[in-house]
Ligand binder design. Sequence first.
Ligand code: GLC
Ligand code: CA
Length: 562
Amino acid sequence: MSLDNSTIISPTLDTKWWKEAVIYQIYPRSFKDSNGDGIGDLQGIISKLDYLKSLGIDAIWLNPIFESPNDDNGYDVSDYRSILADFGTMEDFDILLKGLKERGIKLILDLVFNHSSDEHFWFQESRKSRDNPYRDYYYWWPAEKGTPPYRWSWFDVESNAWKYDATTDAYYLHYFSVKQPDLNWNNPKVREELYAIMRFWLDKGIDGFRMDAFQFISKDPSFPELPNDILGNIPEIMKYYGRGPHLHDYIQEMHREVLQHYDVMTVSEGAGGSPEEALLFVDPDRKELSMAYHLEGVEIGSHVMNYGIVNYKKLYTHWDDAFKTKGWLSIFLANHDQPRMVSKFGNDSSEFRAICSKMLTTFVLTMRGTAYYFQGDELGMVNIRFDSISDYNDIDTINKYEFIKSQNGDLEGFLEEQKQASRENSRTPFQWNATPNAGFTEGKPWLKVHPNHTTINAESQENDVDSTLNYFKTLVQLRKKEPTLIYGSYTLLDEENENVYAYLRELNGRKILVLLNFTSQEAVFSVPFSILRANVLISNYNQKSIESNKLLPYEAAIIAIK
Ligand code: GLC
Ligand code: CA
């Protein structure tokens, strides 16, 4: 059924394909290796197109596939118009795009436009001389002006975003690693170059972009000193880093110049410090982006139960409120920058891993907002928890380790914390089957495969009706059949309940109740209507009805209220 033609939807609803989509994220390095070099690649994805089709998902978001020295696994692009050799060729890309289209799956690419690689031609030129035509493509601070105002860098061993470059006796800005210099969007030439790159990919027929680190693109070029009294106040601090005076002018210009000419979607990574600020990016009247994803939901620390389920519900409800009548959000619990969903938000013990994964999947697919789902979560993959720094490849963990070492800090404590928090946990190879290296590669994988692939893998789950994989597929189908789960309003119920997240989705009289027990114990709940003979659409315990106001450990139920 196409939701656009559905009579259930009122004509006043602003229906869009990207609101209805379930977007599946592929981390290409770790999905499937086709040539035995241990690195996932485009031909690998092509060989799994039928698997993707079987999931029922609507679109793929691919992490960066462009030429890159890989300082930050592709988030340091040295040529935006060519494909990283490890991943294949432009011909492979065209075959992939065609294969996806044949299966009705759309393709979203990752645009890394806050910074380029230091090996990009623009930066190579820029650093040559102060009067080079590319000089103003980046932010330079001449040494004669003194030390530049301090800015923290995410991936710098010295935690300093300004790097001195002797050739021109000046510092350049890099919010991420030293190999990721920030592009100067205040220069109109830079913006034109970037828009042309977008057209290049859109003209190939892709369906949209995920905009990396997008709130940083506009900066106040005077770089005012950070006031002391804002330490710890992240939304305030962020204003000194990004969200500069022209942020929305640039996005509106991009919309005029590029986006409005294509039927595509755009999603910004992060979008302001509050829901109200985020709305500015995606209010359709402002003609900017399609949707944003907020980071607050994943920034709640290493475990949701430490944060408190009441707070967690408030957080999501607060964000939903701001988008009740306008704009569009997205929902995700994991991506390549986060540990595994079930390890962070749930319980990955052998007793509860599968049931809890299903519960969290229920949350992602029944909340209001476009669902983003990370590869491997459909199998209930868990954190690998590396013991040694030598197992890590990620610049984030490695450079923080080096920094702590330089300060004679607590390295053991850091490594312990990374077992729960490191983003490397989600980057281990996809577990296709029980053979050595999980069927990911015939060679030596670039990152260790989780030893539990012998029991947790796609092949064994495909034939098991009760698997997390089949549960995910069933939910994707339910979402396609139930416009209420997409366009329906969201109302939080039983607000102060410390164990259960209960909410109602409602559209034109159709009421769907979602009940989620976030704990490993039975939990009671209370909702303002009888669910005794209600129709259970899906339950992760295969329940046909809910007999009392009690849920089993990590139980999830989706119920149509009569
Ligand atoms: C975003 C990406 C992350 C990357 C960073 C720098 O947060 O998701 O993986 O390291 O930007 O590009
Ligand atoms: Ca390969």
